[in-house]
Ligand binder design. Structure first.
Ligand code: FES
Length: 79
Protein backbone atom coordinates (compact mmCIF):
# COMPACT_ATOMS: atom_id res chain seq x y z
CA UNK A 1 0.00 0.00 0.00
CA UNK A 2 1.12 3.55 -0.71
CA UNK A 3 -0.19 6.90 0.46
CA UNK A 4 -1.16 9.78 -1.81
CA UNK A 5 -2.95 13.07 -1.24
CA UNK A 6 -6.15 14.00 -3.06
CA UNK A 7 -7.41 17.55 -2.60
CA UNK A 8 -5.57 17.72 0.71
CA UNK A 9 -6.85 14.40 2.03
CA UNK A 10 -4.53 11.44 2.54
CA UNK A 11 -5.61 8.19 0.88
CA UNK A 12 -4.06 4.74 0.88
CA UNK A 13 -4.13 2.52 -2.20
CA UNK A 14 -2.35 -0.48 -3.68
CA UNK A 15 0.80 0.65 -5.52
CA UNK A 16 0.27 0.69 -9.26
CA UNK A 17 -3.53 0.77 -9.17
CA UNK A 18 -5.00 3.31 -11.58
CA UNK A 19 -5.69 6.71 -10.10
CA UNK A 20 -9.24 6.52 -11.49
CA UNK A 21 -9.89 3.31 -9.55
CA UNK A 22 -8.55 4.88 -6.37
CA UNK A 23 -10.69 7.99 -6.81
CA UNK A 24 -13.84 5.99 -7.55
CA UNK A 25 -13.22 3.75 -4.53
CA UNK A 26 -12.94 6.91 -2.43
CA UNK A 27 -16.31 8.09 -3.76
CA UNK A 28 -14.85 10.73 -6.07
CA UNK A 29 -17.07 10.33 -9.12
CA UNK A 30 -16.90 13.91 -10.42
CA UNK A 31 -13.28 14.81 -11.17
CA UNK A 32 -13.65 18.22 -12.78
CA UNK A 33 -16.23 20.62 -14.19
CA UNK A 34 -16.84 21.45 -17.84
CA UNK A 35 -16.58 25.14 -18.85
CA UNK A 36 -20.35 25.41 -18.27
CA UNK A 37 -19.99 23.94 -14.77
CA UNK A 38 -21.27 20.43 -15.50
CA UNK A 39 -19.54 17.76 -13.38
CA UNK A 40 -17.40 15.43 -15.48
CA UNK A 41 -15.70 12.15 -14.62
CA UNK A 42 -14.56 8.78 -15.86
CA UNK A 43 -16.05 7.92 -19.28
CA UNK A 44 -13.97 5.73 -21.61
CA UNK A 45 -11.56 4.40 -19.02
CA UNK A 46 -8.86 3.78 -21.63
CA UNK A 47 -7.15 7.15 -22.03
CA UNK A 48 -9.02 8.39 -25.09
CA UNK A 49 -11.74 10.87 -24.04
CA UNK A 50 -9.78 12.94 -21.49
CA UNK A 51 -12.88 13.37 -19.32
CA UNK A 52 -10.93 12.17 -16.28
CA UNK A 53 -8.37 14.97 -16.30
CA UNK A 54 -6.89 15.87 -12.93
CA UNK A 55 -3.69 17.58 -11.84
CA UNK A 56 -0.97 15.22 -10.60
CA UNK A 57 2.09 16.81 -9.04
CA UNK A 58 1.39 20.02 -10.96
CA UNK A 59 0.74 18.53 -14.40
CA UNK A 60 -2.51 17.57 -16.10
CA UNK A 61 -2.97 13.80 -16.27
CA UNK A 62 -5.66 11.31 -17.25
CA UNK A 63 -6.65 9.50 -14.09
CA UNK A 64 -7.65 6.30 -15.91
CA UNK A 65 -4.15 5.68 -17.29
CA UNK A 66 -2.12 7.07 -14.41
CA UNK A 67 -0.88 4.54 -11.83
CA UNK A 68 -0.76 5.79 -8.26
CA UNK A 69 2.61 6.21 -6.59
CA UNK A 70 3.80 7.02 -3.09
CA UNK A 71 3.69 10.72 -2.30
CA UNK A 72 1.59 11.65 -5.34
CA UNK A 73 -0.40 14.86 -4.92
CA UNK A 74 -3.66 15.04 -6.87
CA UNK A 75 -5.94 18.01 -7.37
CA UNK A 76 -9.36 17.56 -8.92
CA UNK A 77 -11.80 20.08 -10.36
CA UNK A 78 -9.29 22.39 -12.00
CA UNK A 79 -8.62 21.08 -15.51
S1 FES B 1 -11.88 8.25 -18.83
FE1 FES B 1 -11.42 8.68 -20.91
S2 FES B 1 -9.35 9.34 -20.83
FE2 FES B 1 -9.78 8.72 -18.82
Amino acid sequence: MIELTVDGTALQAPAGQSLAAVLLTAGRVALRNSPSGTPRGLFCGIGVCQECRVVVDGAVARACVTPVAAGMTVTTGRT
